[in-house]
Design a protein around this ligand. Structure first.
Ligand SMILES: [Zn+2]
Ligand SMILES: [Zn+2]
Length: 244
């Protein structure tokens, strides 16, 4: 295309300039290597499945939830977290989150939207796609909310609009990374989200964030949304950290 010669494309992961799509074919291969094999349909935890045990679906989901989800079902219905949190994806996430790199956010949002679409099946898109809010203090400190930015790109990529009349406040809590155990992470964000305004006709929601670790933050937000009458909640994250 003439346009490509005038404005050559640049890979958002390795920076290589060329006539390729973004990311470049080499980076697509590195990303594909980070895709989870079979994962729990509820929390996206990678599952070790032996042949003949559970039939994995074409998109990498098992048909049966993991033991943790069966014994204590989380307040969300499904997690899409296609990749492991490792290079080169972790570098891209770092650039978006800590260096406020909007090109990195755009690339991550498009990649996430593509994977959400591939895994949607017959399920209609949710009525609202919203980023996990930051507390006022953290927002002032960071200057922007990467999750809201990511959610906006995902919405645009999926052809969905912004929902008006939503206000969710988040209380300031110590960073989740400082909490050592799963119990500490859950306690840290317990009651942290307050839904100030919610459109009563929105019954299906996708919560967007960069990385899912234990799912404590997503659970706290999903719990608050359930209390406001939201019936179906999905969590869409780029990466999932390995379970310890
Ligand atoms: Zn590349
Ligand atoms: Zn699970």
């Amino acid at each position: 295309m003439v346009q490509d010669r005038v404005f050559p494309r640049c890979c958002s992961l390795c920076g290589e300039i060329g006539p390729h799509e973004d990311p470049c074919p080499d980076c697509v291969r590195s990303l594909d290597a980070l895709l989870h094999g079979t994962a729990c349909p509820r929390c996206a935890a990678p599952l070790m499945v032996t042949a003949g045990e559970v039939a994995p679906t074409a998109v990498g989901f098992s048909l049966t939830p993991c033991v943790a989800c069966l014994s204590h079902p989380p307040p969300f219905d499904r997690v899409v977290a296609p990749w492991s949190f490792a290079p080169p994806l972790s570098g891209l996430i770092h650039r978006m989150k800590y260096r406020r790199d909007l090109a990195a956010a755009a690339a991550l949002g498009r990649l996430l939207a593509r994977e959400v679409n591939a895994r949607r099946g017959a399920t209609p898109p949710p009525g609202a796609v919203i980023g996990v809010p930051l507390s006022r203090r953290r927002l002032l400190y960071r200057g922007f909310n990467h999750a809201a930015e990511l959610a906006a790109i995902v919405r645009r990529s999926l052809g969905l609009g912004t929902v008006r009349g939503v206000r969710i406040d988040r209380r300031h809590t110590p960073p989740q990374a400082k909490a050592e155990s799963v119990a500490e992470r859950l306690a840290n964000v317990d009651g942290a989200f307050t839904i100030r305004r919610w459109p009563p006709d929105i019954r299906e929601v996708a919560i967007v964030d960069d990385v899912l670790t234990t799912g404590a933050t997503a659970s706290a937000m999903a719990g608050a949304l359930r209390d406001r009458g939201v019936e179906r909640i999905e969590v869409w994250c780029c990466a999932r950290t390995p379970l310890s």
